[in-house]
Write a new protein. Structure first.
Lengths: 114, 112
C-alpha cells in the first residue's frame, strides 16, 4: 500500500517569493506522481506529473517538481508566486500497476500575501 | 474542453435516507472515480469504474454503492445515509494509465 506525506499543512509567502511544497511517499515499486491545485470552492486541477525520464518536470503557471527516488520525494516549487497561487496543493501517487487510482496527501494550504 | 459535471452541487439529507449523487463527463474517458474529501484526510477513493456496467471498490467503499450505466454517467448511491457521510464528494474521469485526472466541482453533502 502506498502512502503520501505532505509535511506542511500551511505555508504563507509574499507575492514574488519562491515557494517549495514538500511531498514524500512510501511505496516499494514503480510509481506515478502528480500535483493538483484546489482553489477555494472548486474541484482539483492538474498541475504536473512524473512517470519516467527527466526527474524535473515542468507544469502549468511556472510550477515545477523534482522526483527523487533516493529520498522518496516529489517536491513542488515555484520561483515567484502570484496572489492567484493561493490555494490548497495536493500531492498524489499511484502505483504504475494501478492505473490512475490516486492516493492523495492531506494537502498544503498556501496563502500568498501582497 | 474536458468537462465533468456533478449534480446536485449541494444537498442536505436525512439520516437513514437514500442519496444519489450524479456525475456526467463529456471527455470520452473510460475511467471514472468517486472521491470523498474531509478536512485532514485529503481525498479518498470510494469507487471507480473502467468500463460501463462495471464498478470496482476503492479504498473506503463501505456504505456506498456505485453505478455506471454508460461511459458518460457514474452515480454514487448512499442507501442509508449516516452522519459520518457528511463530506464533499468529487467525481473525476481520466484516460487509461498515468495521465491527468479531470475533476468535477464537487457536491457538498450534509447528513442531518
Amino acid at each position: 500500500t502506498q502512502t503520501v506525506s505532505q509535511s506542511d499543512a500551511h505555508v504563507t509567502v509574499f507575492e514574488g517569493d519562491s515557494v517549495e511544497l514538500r511531498c514524500n511517499y512510501s511505496y516499494g515499486g514503480s510509481i506515478y506522481l502528480s500535483w493538483y491545485i484546489q482553489h477555494h470552492g472548486h474541484g482539483l486541477q492538474f498541475l504536473l506529473k512524473y512517470y519516467s525520464g527527466n526527474p524535473v518536470v515542468q507544469g502549468v503557471n511556472g510550477f515545477e517538481a523534482e522526483f527523487s527516488k533516493s529520498d522518496s520525494s516529489f517536491h513542488l516549487r515555484k520561483a515567484s508566486v502570484h496572489w492567484s497561487d493561493s490555494a490548497v496543493y495536493f500531492c498524489a501517487v499511484s502505483p504504475n500497476s494501478a492505473g490512475n487510482k490516486l492516493t492523495f496527501g492531506i494537502g498544503t494550504r498556501v496563502l500568498v500575501r501582497p | 474542453e474536458a468537462a465533468v459535471t456533478q449534480s446536485p452541487r449541494s444537498k442536505v439529507a436525512v439520516t437513514g435516507g437514500k442519496v444519489t449523487l450524479s456525475c456526467h463527463q463529456t471527455n470520452n474517458h473510460d475511467y471514472m472515480y468517486w472521491y470523498r474529501q474531509d478536512t485532514g484526510h485529503g481525498l479518498r477513493l470510494i469507487h471507480y469504474s473502467y468500463v460501463a456496467d462495471s464498478t470496482e471498490k476503492g479504498d473506503i467503499p463501505d456504505g456506498y454503492k456505485a453505478s455506471r450505466p454508460s461511459q458518460e454517467n457514474f452515480s454514487l448511491i448512499l442507501e442509508l445515509a449516516s452522519l459520518s457521510q457528511t463530506a464533499v464528494y468529487f467525481c473525476a474521469s481520466s484516460l487509461r494509465g498515468p495521465t491527468e485526472v479531470f475533476f468535477g466541482k464537487g457536491t457538498r453533502l450534509t447528513v442531518v
